[in-house]
Design a protein around this ligand. Structure first.
Ligand SMILES: Nc1ncnc2c1ncn2[C@@H]1O[C@H](COP(=O)(O)OP(=O)(O)OP(=O)(O)O)[C@@H](O)[C@H]1O
Ligand SMILES: [Mg+2]
Length: 355
């Protein structure tokens, strides 16, 4: 039986206590990290599912208790196993791939692509996390319909889960009205703490929605994601491309590996099957040529993508066979495919590689 958020066995995490079996009646207590844990129902459901089918068990009585500070500290130590000691920056396993979705300006579809790419990676079988690091306009919890808040265990923040995805947003920690007031060193420290305190567990891929633009916030964040690979999103018209070039340069300056370019809103397919290029053409190609990385994909415009996002659902999950979903799945596959090439010459040596 797994803790729904920690994703590890509750037995292994010493969360089970007082098991008593009395003539077909099993009573057990689970110690939770927080008193009002919103996941009680999930525990109850798992206990019933696992224990009731067993021969001789007729009834399972589940009760809850709260961990003592010592027990929480022990849990933290267990969960931290395998992750390097606190470093300035994101704490993820060494083999977790961190993909930073960046753009030169706002509104190009960065968050939509982040949410859908994450869902696409999960569909490909990756253990996937999404990190909404856009301090200006965190939108991932809304796009993925996340209601729960993260749980804090000692100094660790445990991301809420949504289906197969672990989701964390800087927005969970910001007051609606304050983000723009956070600047300079204060913002950097807050981001640093936020990134190092989140407990991701074992992940294959973490997709990060970056703040748009190339200002100090984006740079700060870039520095805190030293092993990240950047994907720059642009729209098809030529003017957008010039702005996106700056994002690509910034990614390189902050020691990210620039993985490639994605062109979003490339065309609209009409009911009669004809394609209309609503926002010009060629921007993705031109950007990829200019910064000398591949064009990883072109994503068509489909208003349903936004409509589903407003309901908290990625279109790749709801309508996996639609044209836009197929393009998004192909993009995820193309990105996954680049991993195999790592270390065989495509990676340019970086001037200042952080641990
Ligand atoms: N391929 C697409 N087809 C249709 N609509 C799209 C597509 N991509 C994004 N959109 C819509 O464009 C708008 C902006 O998208 P999104 O919020 O993802 O962009 P962003 O780059 O994250 O913006 P911001 O800078 O505000 O964070 C949203 O209304 C979204 O639904
Ligand atoms: Mg956004």
């Amino acid at each position: 039986m797994l803790d729904p958020e920690l994703g590890r066995s509750v037995v292994e995490l010493d969360m089970v206590r007082d098991i008593a079996v009395d003539d077909g009646r099993v009573a057990l207590t689970i110690a939770l990290t927080v008193p009002g844990c919103p996941l009680r129902a999930s525990f109850q459901e798992q206990v019933d599912r696992e224990l009731l089918p067993l021969e001789g068990i007729e009834e399972v009585a589940l009760s809850f208790d709260v961990m003592t500070p010592e027990e929480k500290a022990a849990l933290t130590a267990k969960l931290r196993g395998g992750v390097a000691e606190r470093t300035p920056g994101i704490s993820v396993h060494a083999d977790t791939r961190v993909l930073a979705v960046a753009s030169g300006k706002g509104g190009v579809g960065k968050s939509s692509l982040t949410a859908n790419l994450a869902a696409a990676f999960a569909r490909l079988g990756h253990r996937t996390g999404v990190l909404d690091a856009d301090v200006y306009g965190y939108s991932i919890p809304h796009m993925l319909g996340i209601q729960q808040r993260p749980i804090a265990v000692d100094q660790m923040i445990v991301p809420p889960v949504r289906g197969d995805l672990k989701v964390m947003s800087i927005g969970f920690f910001l007051d609606e009205n304050t983000p723009v007031m956070w600047r300079g060193p204060m913002l950097h420290r807050a981001l640093e703490q936020f990134l190092s305190d989140v407990h991701w567990g074992e992940l294959d891929t973490l997709v990060v929605d970056m703040p748009p633009g190339t200002g100090d916030v984006a740079i700060s964040l870039g520095q805190l994601l030293p092993r990240a690979e950047a994907i720059v999103v642009t729209t098809p018209h030529a003017a957008a491309q010039q702005v996106a070039v700056r994002a690509a340069q910034m990614a390189r300056k902050t020691n990210m590996r620039l993985l490639g370019v994605v062109e979003n809103m490339s065309w609209l397919t009409r009911d009669d099957g004809t394609r209309e290029e609503l926002f010009g053409a060629g921007g993705g190609d031109a950007l990829a040529r200019e910064v000398e990385v591949p064009l990883l994909g072109r994503i068509p415009f489909d208003p349903r993508l936004g409509a589903y996002a407003d309901r908290g659902e990625p279109i790749v999950d709801v309508e996996p066979t639609s044209e836009v979903s197929r393009a998004l799945m192909e993009l995820a596959e193309a990105i996954a495919g680049t991993r195999r090439e790592q270390g065989v010459g495509i990676v340019k040596p970086l001037p200042l590689v952080s641990a």
